[in-house]
Write a protein that binds this ligand. Sequence first.
Ligand code: HEC
Ligand code: HEC
Length: 307
Amino acid sequence: MARFSYLLLPLLLWQCHTAVEEIPISGPAYSGPLTYTGGDRFARTERTIALGQKLFNDPNLSIDSTISCASCHKADAYFSDPGKALSVGLEGTPTQRNASALVNLAWHPYFFAEGGVRNLELSSFVPINNRHEFGRELHDVVEGLMEDPCYVLEFSEAFGSQPISDAQFVTALAHYMAGLQHYDSPYDQWLSGDSRALGPDAHIGLELFETHCTSCHSGPQLSSFAIATNGLPTNADYGRMNLTNNAEDSGAFKIPTLRGIALTYPYMHDGSYADLDTVLRTYNKVRALGLTGKELAHLKAFLNTLH
Ligand code: HEC
Ligand code: HEC
């Protein structure tokens, strides 16, 4: 008997070692191919995700310990900043743009309105460096964490090595953000084959949406993720041209997802459209869609099924 348990010991130890299971990123069958699968450096586990969540909510990462990612990305509104055209950054200064919703990011091919960042892990550099957001260098943030014994322990438990590295930091945040998924709206039920998930108004709205909007807001994320100009008047912002210096990119932006759109107001890169009625009325006029008031109401009923 004693000999039997002795033989089992290596197996038990091996099981302990692998007790922290890898948590793959996945969505429903219709969600399409992932653009981020967790990176190839570290396994995505409960620990790396929990650490990412803690970092996301920690104001001590900003230069004056006042601002966390969650200050501008609110969990109850698809991680947007509802009601604020521009968010409040360091020392009360406004951000340059309206805070994006963070939803199903593991399916986005790139990030930010001009589409300049192609990897979810690298996306954290932008708010950390931005003078309105954290106002810091990533490396200084990581050095600061090394003075906190809790973080030192949590990082070494999550990543199995010391000291804390910049790569571990951005991976933890990306592992957390990749889990900010929403596939439980009435529209998702409809996509999964439940034909009764959309009411009659929303159903007519979907048909209008397919005629007038899906050239840009297509597929399960309600965006082709192309960089485009929608023609709606907004405040001056060169958009993609900031990156390319190419005049034809002036005013072109990443086509945003419309998931959760009813909750992520106000709208557009500058937040200059207060509500969906204003957005729809303006699209109708600027793009000469010729829709009646009733049809606009149907379109809105459809947009309301996206959360
Ligand atoms: C002071 C407000 C503020 C803070 C703090 C902030 N963000 Fe943002 N975030 C924004 C704004 C504004 C945008 C849109 C910027 C743009 O498109 O140029 C944005 C966009 C993003 C995007 C791109 C989303 C997309 O669909 O392209 C990601 C990812 C993101 N933020 C992650 C973070 C993370 C991670 C943190 C913390 C390290 C953070 N943000 C902190 C305001 C903020
Ligand atoms: C030519 C491509 C194109 C078409 C067609 C188009 N859009 Fe857009 N849409 C965009 C772009 C690009 C933006 C982002 C513009 C900005 O940030 O200023 C946008 C933004 C939006 C927003 C605001 C999203 C947010 O998070 O702020 C809504 C709502 C919207 N579109 C709905 C629609 C509807 C409804 C239709 C059809 C009537 C439509 N769009 C047709 C490209 C398009």
